[in-house]
Design a binder for this molecule. Structure first.
Ligand code: ATP
Ligand code: MG
Length: 225
């Protein structure tokens, strides 16, 4: 029997995936917060879970380290910077198939600035703005669409600090409740897109393990609320 490997990241993706897995009849047998294991068994002998960094999920699935996985749209758009206008639709990039919006780990990608910054003036056509972000591809595309010249500064975390220290005038970051922005006296000045986690599938694995993969994908799709 062929084993199916599902890539998840610890934290909200894992936590929000558990109810979907349960609805698909899959129970993960280890708690990643208590164990150091990176490969987790499930109650189904044919399904195992591997724990990877959120941004590594598309890489694992693309290269067959996992047969499928759960990744945020933010991660997918940053990973597949060549998706262009089609977005991560049914036929994705390089053997990645993105068939289901799981509607979990929801948030939005937004532009934020200091409250005293005049964003409207800064983004008038033909102007220039300094933007810090972990999501440089999404940010670049967003400002290009607006016809705004952007100087992008790549960061890996603590983006709220950038406008406060003068590193940048604006940030592009994920927002859910807005409390982190508020705590740092930043305001959300523009919403770029809604974000949710998607099921990503390795197309070759789908061909090779057709029946069990189909069953699993259908079970996920049927569990979406
Ligand atoms: P890492 O912690 O490994 O650097 P990460 O910060 O992207 O990666 P998580 O914080 O676990 O990982 O977030 C995983 C996914 O959850 C994100 O890619 C995004 O799609 C989603 N998400 C939902 N709400 C938020 C939020 N408020 N902040 C960040 N990510 C969020
Ligand atoms: Mg994180």
């Amino acid at each position: 029997m062929s084993i199916i490997t599902l890539a998840l990241s610890k934290g909200r993706i894992f936590d929000d995936s558990l109810p979907l897995l349960a609805a698909a009849g899959i129970e993960v047998l280890d708690d990643p917060e208590k164990s150091r294991k990176l490969i987790l068994a499930t109650n189904q002998p044919g399904v195992r879970v591997v724990l990877v960094r959120a941004s590594d999920v598309p890489t694992y699935v693309e290269h067959g380290g996992a047969d499928l996985g759960v990744a945020g749209l933010d991660v997918l758009l940053e990973h597949g910077a060549g998706w262009g206008d089609s977005g991560p639709g049914a036929s994705g990039l390089s053997g990645l198939y993105v068939p289901v919006d799981l509607k979990i780990a929801r948030c939005r990608m937004s532009v934020a600035t200091r409250a005293d910054f005049d964003y409207a003036a800064a983004v008038r056509q033909g102007s220039r703005i300094r933007v810090a972000s972990k999501y440089t591809h999404i940010a670049r595309q967003h400002f290009a669409d607006k016809g705004v010249h952007v100087d992008l500064i790549k960061l890996y975390g603590s983006m709220e600090l950038a406008p406060l220290t003068g590193l940048a005038e604006a940030i592009v970051d994920l927002v859910s409740t807005g409390s982190t922005l508020k705590a740092n006296h930043l305001v959300e000045v523009e919403r770029i897109m809604d974000i949710s986690a998607r099921l990503v599938v390795n197309q070759a694995a789908l061909k090779l393990k057709r029946e069990p993969m189909r069953r699993l994908i259908d079970a996920f799709a049927g569990a979406v609320v």
